[in-house]
Each structure stands twice: as structure tokens, then as C-alpha cells.
Design a protein around this ligand. Structure first.
Ligand code: PBG
Length: 303
């Protein structure tokens, strides 16, 4: 039986779907076919925030899966809304790539050395708040477009820098454009960044189960749990990072005001072996602490 894999048609989506397709054929010996799906987010040039956040990318893929136009869809996990959709299951989260953001600046500049008032492009409210939190003098510009388009705005001199996910740059063979990798302890990224999610119709989990990486699942479920418990969308100025270290599950989240002038941080850890529903429990501790400290007043979480 040919496995039909649905994907967005962007270069990044095609690169990551190609890798998954290779692994699936090698594992099963079955042929795979790649089905390109155009999403509202690909068609429109309006700002992502105005389209209702990055959920626009996932919705069309999910519709195609429900309609039987494909059997598996490959999402960037950070673009997948935290609310489950009846009839569909994320049956595998493959081993995660680098979760960090990368500054891609002209002339080798870093966040510390960018000239005063430098123009930095990003469409993400989280990245804008993080940039301004570190460097209130920077001018941030809302940009859209695929990774190559964004990097092109730096090489043409239109912008001094852009911020992009290291995982996306790497999948496209463009990690050379990064001038600084931003450490997660100082610059937590979108929940699930660097991870893929393989979604199937309920009952067909076996199609992708071999690609699941349980440690990644625990980590990204923790990160996404924080977002869900904050009732925050993927366009909210919130960064979350989780990791497993010597059997300890650690997570830290930051909520920023849009202008980056204030932020709240909460970090907790637990031993998953000792805790029922560890991802949920850790996410709850962090989200409750952030909400008690005024996160909902500090930032537009739903936006
Ligand atoms: N919303 C865009 C998007 N979705 C996934 C990635 C690539 C990294 C990943 O897989 O998390 C990117 C590009 C970026 O943020 O630079």
C-alpha cells in the first residue's frame, strides 16, 4: 500500500517531509507519495498574527487528512495548535532537532555587537519581545516569507538581521547564515520548536509508531502543556524550554510584555519516574506560578 504523506509545499516543509518519507520507506518497504497542500498561510501575505497565528498552516493539513486525501501529515510541532482535533492523533514525535533560535546578522554581528538602532526582522511577537528585552534600542520589523526570503533581506542590506529557528536553517542547509545561536536558558523558544509531529487518523497510529521518540514526546508535551494551561496561542509572547537530564525533567517558561520591558520566569523540575502524568504536572506548576504572578495581565496570551 502506498503511504500518502501530506505536507505544506514550502522548501522547509518539503525538506523535513522528505526526511520522514525516507525513514518510513526504509522501515516499511512500502512506497510513499508526497501530497502538497497549500494553506491559507502560504497564500496570504498578511501578517501571521492577523491570520490568527500559525494555526492557519496546520488547519489545511488536518482537513486533507480527515478528507482522506492523505494518510499522514507532517507538521512542524510548533505550528500545531495545542487543542486536539477529534478523529486525529499525533502518533509520533521523532527525535527533536536543535530547539534554539539563531540570529542571522550581516557582518558577523551578535545581539551584543549589533549597532545601535539596527533593523531586525521577525514576524513573531515572542522574538520581538525577546529582542527588545535584550536590546531596547533595536528597531524590529514585521516580516513574512520563507527562510530564503528572510535571509535575502539581510544579504541585500535591507535589514541588519533576522531571527530564525536553527532547526529550520539546518534542514535547509543554511546554518552557515547564523551568526549567533541563542541559548535556551536566556532565550526560550516556541513550545515544540525543532520537533516534528506526525499526525494520522485515529486507529492508524501503527503507520508512524516506529518513528516516535519517547523522550522527545515527554519534553514537547511539557512545553506544549505550559502553553495550553496558560490558554495561550502560538502567537503569544511566551517561550518555553524543557529537557531531560539524568532522569530529571526540567522546564522553564518566560512570558514577556510585547515591548520586552518586563518578563516573568518560572522553572520547575521533577522525576518523571516518580510522578503520574509528569508532563502535565510540571506544566501545571509552571503555568500556575506564572498566572499567579500576573502573566495574563503582562501579555496578550490569547493573541
Ligand atoms: N512558523 C515558521 C516555522 N515553523 C517551523 C520552523 C522551523 C523550525 C522548527 O521546526 O521548529 C519555522 C521557521 C522559523 O521559525 O524560523
Amino acid at each position: 500500500m502506498t503511504l500518502r504523506i501530506g505536507t505544506r509545499a514550502s522548501a522547509l516543509a518539503m525538506a523535513q517531509t522528505g526526511q520522514i518519507a525516507d525513514r518510513l520507506t526504509r522501515g516499511s518497504g512500502e512506497p510513499v507519495e508526497i501530497v502538497k497542500i497549500t494553506t491559507a498561510g502560504d497564500r496570504s501575505t498578511a501578517s501571521l498574527a492577523s491570520l490568527g497565528g500559525t494555526g492557519v498552516f496546520a488547519a489545511a493539513l488536518r482537513e486533507a487528512l480527515l478528507a482522506g486525501e492523505c494518510d499522514i501529515v507532517v507538521h512542524s510541532l510548533k505550528d500545531l495548535p495545542t487543542s486536539p482535533l477529534p478523529g486525529l492523533v499525533v502518533a509520533a514525535t521523532p527525535k527533536r532537532a536543535d530547539a534554539r533560535d539563531a540570529l542571522c546578522a550581516r557582518d558577523g554581528f551578535t545581539l551584543e555587537t549589533l549597532p545601535v538602532g539596527a533593523r531586525v526582522g521577525t514576524g513573531s511577537p515572542r522574538r520581538r519581545a525577546q529582542l527588545l528585552s535584550r536590546r531596547p534600542d533595536l528597531e524590529t520589523l514585521d516580516i513574512r516569507g520563507n527562510v530564503d526570503t528572510r535571509l535575502g533581506r539581510v544579504s541585500t542590506g535591507d535589514l541588519d538581521a533576522v531571527v530564525l529557528a536553527a532547526a529550520g536553517l539546518d534542514r535547509l542547509g543554511r546554518l552557515d547564515a547564523a551568526t549567533q545561536l541563542l541559548e535556551l536558558s536566556e532565550w526560550p523558544t516556541a513550545p515544540g520548536q525543532g520537533s516534528l509531529a506526525l499526525e494520522v487518523r485515529a486507529g492508524e497510529e501503527h503507520l508512524v509508531a516506529a518513528l516516535d521518540h519517547p523522550a522527545t514526546r515527554l519534553i514537547v508535551e511539557t512545553e506544549r502543556g505550559v502553553l495550553a494551561r496558560l490558554e495561550a496561542g502560538c502567537a503569544a509572547p511566551v517561550g518555553v524550554t524543557a529537557m531531560l537530564d539524568g532522569g530529571l525533567l526540567f522546564a522553564s517558561a518566560r512570558v514577556y510584555s510585547l515591548d520586552g520591558s518586563s518578563l516573568l520566569t518560572s522553572s520547575h523540575a521533577l522525576y518523571p519516574a516518580d510522578t503520574p502524568a509528569p508532563a502535565d504536572e510540571l506544566a501545571r506548576r509552571i503555568a500556575d506560578e506564572l498566572l499567579a504572578a500576573g502573566a495574563a495581565e503582562l501579555a496578550p496570551l490569547g493573541g
